[in-house]
Unconditional design. Structure first.
Length: 97
């Protein structure tokens, strides 16, 4: 298993801003693809105003690089779209297929 660590970011859009947040998340795929230390990257929607990002990394260096990268910086610029600060959770991958 190449991925050992993960990062889960839960996002809540302000009322009426969900489509705009979804578009920005979808546009971040190219940034994720350019990150050598990011094994996998997913942007997802769980409800009308709830979204998230899940990433996996082979090691902590890859995760740290991602947290200092362009996607993390763009989340800061999305503050006008978010109802609250992103809920950032560090994960450890126990099993994967």
């Amino acid at each position: 298993m190449s991925e050992k660590l993960g990062l889960l970011v839960l996002l809540e859009a302000k009322a009426g801003k969900g489509a705009e947040l979804a578009e920005m998340l979808g546009g971040a795929l190219d940034l994720a693809n350019a990150e050598a230390g990011t094994v996998s990257w997913y942007a997802f929607k769980t409800g009308d105003d709830t979204y998230g990002i899940f990433d996996t990394f082979a090691d902590d260096d890859g995760r740290k690089a991602h947290l200092g990268g362009k996607i993390a910086k763009s989340l800061g610029a999305m503050s006008e779209l978010l109802a609250s600060a992103p809920d950032l959770r560090f994960t450890e991958i126990l099993a994967a297929k």
